[in-house]
Design a protein around this ligand. Structure first.
Ligand SMILES: Cc1cc2nc3c(=O)[nH]c(=O)nc-3n(C[C@H](O)[C@H](O)[C@H](O)COP(=O)(O)OP(=O)(O)OC[C@H]3O[C@@H](n4cnc5c(N)ncnc54)[C@H](O)[C@@H]3O)c2cc1C
Ligand code: FES
Ligand code: FES
Length: 1318
């Protein structure tokens, strides 16, 4: 180790500029360096663990061996800075900017409406950009593959894919795709079909314009002889040798020091488990780890290759050798396609993968089944070790000695008579660790009559990759026939022990998957044997993989009227006003604000007990750590220590008692985030446990633990009606909670102005006024000293209201106490732990109906799990009851709703505010009626739908005409009737795959039922040059409210949108506003903005009359000269909604938004895997103010609903700790979950007198339509159950995960494994 005390100098390039760093801390990631040191904040921090893609950048390296340059996308959050010597980094800022020229990728994603909140956009841009650098004309599959690891919570992915697919050659030639995929229906004249975007206007891609690889780095690689590099940090030293001998020496003297390669295992261990290694060794420059050697037995592949290169090497070998020899290569290729994301595979190495010895590894089972071995070196010399059941000892442990280095892996050629396959099932199709993963190999003796050798390995069956030894012994030396296999299943079912406590749970599902995979292998072997004419007379079902090819989609909306002026943007598909700056990384979010002098970082300390007395908070260890300044406790709060919601006080910092794991107890202040976080984990809190905590709704019911009041709504005479009906059925459904998973975590920056106790707060808040008022009360200062500013939010979905207020108060106390600027940005895990989400619901119902399907009575009880604090839970329960009828006229209807008080983190507002849950209960009830009567469920829905002039269950008159129009149009657009027949035919022809179809309506009340909240204000200033600055009460969180407000101003003042700017939302410009929520932002603020504009336009009337032919600018100048005020406020006093709970009537909503959705799925009954084949939505948004924004809201909400009802599953430990605290454990929909054909149709000729320009609120209503996928799955499951003689209603809770689906299908493998197999 030659370097001095400070270590060596690191040299690399960022966006064409040389960076030389003298003091590189090995703990520093590229992401924190870019954001904090270089102030390149375009690259975002979303999770820190490689799971979201927000931090994607491109790394380029020169390879002297073949004089080539390679480019690959990486997660900057996992990449240690010290690994970058000699590399060139390109960030989103490096490829284009609004100041120079935007890059075509940035332009196309933005203009195709692929950026809403924009927090994911730079990552998307960089994944796509890297793909194009390597492959200028990618296929659609290349694009979806490149974007696997990039999550977006807003758009639903369709517009991102549509923007990106314009780079595909075949799309460029496709005349149907004239601007997006908006082709309208076939019979329509394309000229009359308005387009979402016009791709003919796009900049062409010109690869000569790209940044070149720095010649200096080429020279450095060609001429200088590489030296060992050493980097020393505060706690960790990293040594990067060049020679194998030196590596061996280092490892011999430091056997416990890990080898750092892709850092995709070590990085998360460090970050999430706090594992610190004082020394790490980086062998990424040791050439022997990057060699490929062919032998007669197979190919030795260096362990330093990243998985993406292993994939490319194997692909090449498959082309080079006959099929017979490449069985194992092909199975590996298939499995590699599913490991992690593109970014992960670009850095994760084969050696790191094997040595991580992850029991859920996808590669280890197939490598082991394929008879691979590893070649290792240590001071004792070389040795070859087989990768078999003895190799893997337990999680993270292998038989190798700590000092041994794995240099290469032998991947053998397959032999004649050998078949190799791999299967996996994961919570999400892509970028998710498998629940069960397997590699299977069989070798037949001459003539394929007898099994000579068989090898079956599983991952996910216990603490290590394991061989099914007894099962293999049952098969070997026997013919491959039904009898052998039947015995093999019987042995396999007993071979692995799946205790209920197995890490990750799902014991029964895991067991059934092992059997299903053996069955699938059997089908594949039989197919092969048939092809070779070894067996005849056996019909073998061909289990093709589920379809995956994304089709062209349609987005259909109405043209503006012929008479509308060209300059008037209302009703046109205008792009989100900051889409371009979001795509270039220039858009600023709260944590992108530059650090101020002396700024401190605040890290929270939370309770580790669900229900306990706090005995002592010991901060002494924390205070001794470097950089720590102070600890904030409740005692430091100068004003109100609690916030009151619905009559219940909630402590901001717990003082004497905690009531959930994750409750905030105190907060540590330090000079950097790393120091603050380390110190927070050093705070010791001792507790005394209190009486048994309550976690479930069932326990809360048993112990009568509720937040009061409980609510009830009723119409008709339910009891009497039950007496007269033909049939009565009782059922129940559970709907799990949901994490908001906004891409930007909660962020707050408080700046004390140091004069008269004045504070400026920048917050990721949906409700700046709530922050302002709460902070002023907490600090005991008047509200006029506190201003809250919100530029934009990286998504919110209801989650940045109550919780942000509490966080802002705590951060303000810290700023008040220290007189320093204080920043608090939650880690993804903290955010998920602390801030709660959508309320889980238990719905029980009794329904009375006639044989013809008419429902005459329903009695429904809904319980929500509110958590430890009331938050908005009472309002959620109320909204649940107000939507109890969904679209159905049930004459005798009773609903009761209760918010259960439990010891879980308190749940809060979430898009839809309880409506998706209650509507799902109702639809399940309808589905049960259909299944009981054996009638198509869509008919039962139709029979019971509101028709003609109607009255809701809270006695409000309305016309369901547009609901029925949506229903009819959706049926027509989705070809429902013919597809019903096609689905049934498919189901008759397939035993193990089933299709399902459903059509689901929603009737959604817009605005707050609490009238006071339906108000807003705006301030419009016209400046002397004619430019206009608008501030209004709405916050921009991706939903496009600022864009719509610009459209309003443009129409009202008759000026182009380019003259209108919306800077930020701030309480000092527009006071006393309410939260942007309830799909009411445009309605409320649009009216206020319009009001202000009309005042101004009126004021300009005299100057306009004097100079009717003048320009806008001339009128403005004249107005200034004539002393006319060019600043006006506007106000909207929205509807005085109310509901009288005693009388059970009121006028809670001014109008309804309607929608209907039809979805079709294909299901693999053996694994529970499914694919949404097609979705058609018809939505009534009135006269859309901006169809591209509205369609974006519909698609994004649908996908969030799809996540809620089919994927997103929160898991808690038995003591109430949330397990699912990041994208690795909690799966939101990714690109792979997009319906293959996703079609949106806005109902034409719909008017709404209650909202601006006859539009309708749309942010929330269509989230529920994601349940159409749930009910399509249910339809497919019903078909699967029919195969085993089961009919009638059955239970399927939400989310319909693969586990629930598979078990509900009741296949012989899932049910009673010892019977019926074979
Ligand atoms: C977001 C994410 C998603 C993922 N998804 C999947 C998935 O779907 N399926 C799946 O199977 N895996 C998945 N993984 C795991 C991933 O494949 C492994 O983390 C990765 O292969 C480890 O390689 P690495 O180079 O990053 O190892 P590192 O983190 O650099 O090192 C890991 C360990 O290997 C040791 N090591 C590395 N090289 C050698 C060597 N040559 N000799 C001896 N010891 C060595 C190190 O000492 C260290 O202990 C995922 C990981 C992440 C972060
Ligand atoms: S922040 Fe890097 S992947 Fe999420
Ligand atoms: S636009 Fe993708 S996360 Fe918001």
């Amino acid at each position: 180790m030659s370097a001095g005390a400070t270590g060596d100098t690191l040299c690399f390039f960022v966006n064409g500029k040389k960076v030389t760093e003298k003091h590189v801390d090995p703990e520093t990631t590229l992401l924190s360096f870019l954001r904090e040191k270089l102030r390149l904040t375009g690259t975002k921090y979303g999770c820190g663990g490689g799971g979201c893609g927000a931090c994607t950048v491109m790394v380029s390296r020169y390879r002297p061996a073949n004089k080539s340059i390679c480019h690959y996308s990486v997660n900057a959050c996992l990449l240690p800075l010290c690994q970058l010597h000699g590399a060139a980094i390109t960030t989103v800022e490096g490829i284009g900017s609004t100041k120079t020229r935007i890059h075509p990728v940035q332009e196309r994603i933005a203009k195709a409406h692929g950026s809403q909140c924009g927090f994911c956009t730079p990552g998307m841009v960089m994944s796509m950009y890297t793909l194009l650098r390597n492959n200028p004309q990618p296929s659609l599959e290349d694009i979806t593959q490149a974007l696997t690891g990039n999550l977006c919570r807003c758009t639903g992915y369709r517009p991102i894919i549509d923007g990106c697919r314009t780079f595909c050659q075949q799309e460029a030639n496709c005349c149907q795709l004239n601007g997006g995929t908006n082709s309208g229906s076939k019979e329509e004249n394309p000229e009359e079909t308005p387009l979402l975007f016009d791709k003919s206007q796009f900049l062409p891609i010109d690869h000569t314009q790209e940044l070149i690889f720095p010649p200096e780095l080429i020279l450095m690689a060609e001429t200088s002889s590489p030296q060992t590099l050493t980097f020393r940090g505060e706690r960790v030293t990293c040594v990067s040798p060049v020679l194998l001998e030196e590596l061996v020496q280092l490892k011999t003297s430091n056997p416990e020091a890990p080898l750092i390669m892709g850092n995709t295992k070590l990085g998360p261990d460090f970050k999430f488990k706090g594992v610190v290694h004082p020394l790490i060794i980086s062998p990424i420059r040791v050439l022997e780890l990057f060699e490929v050697t062919e032998t007669t037995h197979g190919v030795w592949v260096g362990t330093g290759f990243p998985l993406s290169e292993i994939w490319a090497i194997l692909k090449k070998l498959c082309r080079q050798f006959p099929e017979e020899k490449t069985e194992l290569f092909r199975a590996l290729i298939q499995q590699l396609r599913n490991v992690g994301s593109q970014q992960i595979c670009n850095v994760a190495t084969l050696g790191g993968h094997i040595m991580s010895a992850n029991p859920n590894s996808d590669l280890n089972p197939i490598l082991a089944a394929g008879n691979c071995s590893v070649s290792t070196i240590s001071s004792g010399g070389w040795r070859e070790v087989p990768l078999n059941q003895e190799f893997f000892l337990s999680f993270g442990k292998t038989v190798l000695r700590p000092e041994e280095i794995v240099v290469s892996v032998l991947i053998p050629f397959s032999r004649k008579g050998e078949l190799v396959r791999a299967f996996r099932q994961a919570p999400r199709k892509e970028c998710a660790f498998a629940t069960i993963t397997t590699g299977m190999r069989v070798l037949f003796s001459e003539g394929f009559r007898v099994v000579e050798d068989v090898s079956i390995y599983f991952g996910g069956v216990g603490p290590k990759t394991a061989k099914a030894v007894q099962t293999c012994a049952t098969i070997v030396a026997r013919p491959w026939n039904a009898e052998t296999l039947s015995q093999a299943y019987e042995v396999l079912v007993k071979e692995f022990d799946f205790p209920p406590s197995i890490p990750g749970g799902k014991a029964e599902f895991r067991r059934s998957l092992t059997l299903s995979f053996l069955f699938k292998f059997n089908l594949e072997v039989l197919q092969s044997l048939r092809k070779m004419n070894v067996i005849e007379n056996i019909v073998v079902e061909n289990m093709e993989p589920l379809p995956g090819e994304i089709q062209l989609s349609q987005q259909h909306f109405q043209h503006v009227s012929k008479g509308q002026s060209d300059q008037d943007p209302v009703g046109r598909a205008i792009i989100h006003s900051s889409a371009i700056s979001q795509a270039t990384g220039e858009a600023i979010y709260c944590d992108d604000l530059p650090k101020t002098d002396g700024e401190l970082f605040l890290s929270l300390v939370t309770s580790s007990r669900a229900h306990a007395k706090i005995i002592n908070v010991d901060v002494s260890d924390a205070l001794l750590l470097p950089g720590v300044v102070d600890v904030i406790t409740a005692k430091d709060i100068p004003g109100k220590k609690t916030r009151m919601f619905s009559g219940y006080d909630e402590e901001m910092l717990a003082q004497t008692q905690v009531s959930c794991i994750g409750q905030i107890v105190c907060a540590v202040l330090a000079d950097t985030r790393a120091h603050a976080r380390r110190a927070a984990s050093a705070v010791n809190i001792s507790y005394e446990d209190l009486s048994e905590p309550i976690f479930t709704i069932e326990d809360a019911i048993k112990r009568s633990s509720y937040f009061e009041p409980r609510r009830k709504l009723e119409r008709g005479n339910v009891e009497e009606a039950f007496k007269s009906v033909d049939l009565v059925h009782e059922g129940a459904i559970r709907i799990g909670g949901q994490e908001h998973f906004y891409m930007e975590t909660q962020s707050i920056l408080v700046l004390p102005v140091r004069e008269q106790a004045e504070f400026k707060i920048y917050a990721s808040s949906q409700s700046p006024t709530s922050v302002q008022i709460a902070v002023s009360e907490t600090l005991a200062i008047p509200a006029n000293r506190v201003s809250c500013h919100v530029k934009r939010l990286g998504g919110a979905f209801g989650g940045k209201f109550v919780k942000t207020v509490i966080l802002a108060c705590i951060t303000s106390v810290a700023a008040w106490k220290t007189n320093c600027a204080v920043r608090c940005v939650l880690e993804r895990g903290e955010d998920m732990l602390i801030t709660g989400g959508r309320h889980p619901v238990l719905g029980k119902y009794k329904v009375g109906f006639q044989k013809d399907g008419r429902i005459l009575a329903a009695d429904i009880q809904i319980w929500t799990n509110a958590g430890n604090a009331v938050d908005v839970s009472i309002f959620v329960a109320e909204k649940i009851l107000l939507h109890l009828d969904n679209a159905y006229n049930i004459p005798n209807l009773r609903g009761r709703a209760a918010a259960c008080r439990t010891n879980l983190p308190s749940n809060t507002s979430f898009r839809g505010f309880g409506v998706p849950q209650v509507a799902c209960v109702i639809e399940n009830l309808i589905s049960d009626v259909g299944l009981t009567l054996q009638r198509p469920v869509d008919q039962v829905r139709e029979i019971n739908m509101y028709k003609g002039p109607s009255l809701t269950h809270y006695k409000v008159e309305f016309s369901p005409e547009n609901l029925l129009r949506c229903w009819d149009e959706c049926k027509a657009k989705s070809d429902f009737c013919s597809r019903r027949i096609a689905v049934d035919t498919f189901n008759e022809q397939n035993r193990w795959k089933k299709r399902g179809l459903s059509i689901i309506p929603i009737k959604y009340g817009i605005a707050f039922s609490e009238g006071v909240m339906n108000q807003s204000a705006a301030l419009v200033n016209i400046y002397q040059d004619g430019s206009v600055l608008v501030t209004h009460g709405g916050t921009e969180m991706g939903q496009g409210v600022h864009t719509k407000m610009q459209q309003v101003v443009s129409r009202e003042l008759h000026i182009p949108m380019s003259k209108v700017y919306i800077g930020e939302t701030s309480t000092n410009a527009v006071p006393n506003t309410f939260i942007s929520a309830a799909s009411f932002g445009t309605d409320a603020n649009g009216m206020a903005v319009k009001n202000a504009c009309q005042t101004l336009y009126q004021r300009l009337e005299p100057v306009r009359q004097k100079n009717p032919k003048g320009t806008w600018e001339s009128w403005v100048s004249a107005a200034v000269m004539e002393k006319i005020s060019l600043s006006a406020t506007g106000f909207s006093r929205g509807p005085d909604s109310y509901i009288d709970w005693d009388k059970m009537e009121g006028q809670p909503f001014p109008y309804f938004t309607y929608g209907v959705c039809c979805s079709e799925v294909e299901l693999d009954c053996l694994t529970g895997d499914y694919r949404t084949m097609r979705t058609n939505i018809v939505a009534d948004v009135g006269q859309s103010l901006n169809p591209s924004v509205d369609i974006g809201q519909i698609e994004g909400a649908f996908m969030q609903g799809l996540g809620l009802f089919t994927m997103e599953e929160l898991k808690f430990s038995p003591c109430g700790l949330l397990y699912t605290r990041g994208p690795s454990q909690y799966k939101i929909p990714a690109v792979c979950d997009l319906p293959l054909s996703f079609n949106i149709h806005l109902l034409s000729d719909s008017n709404n007198p209650h909202a601006i320009y006859s539009s309708k609120g749309i942010g929330e209503p269509t989230l529920f339509l994601g349940s159409s996928v749930f009910f399509a799955i249910k339809d497919a499951v019903a078909a699967a159950r029919k195969e085993v003689g089961l009919s009638g209603p059955f239970s399927l809770d939400s989310p319909a995960t693969a586990e629930r689906i598979c078990l509900a299908c009741a296949s012989p493998f899932a049910q009673n494994q010892e019977k019926e197999m074979g």
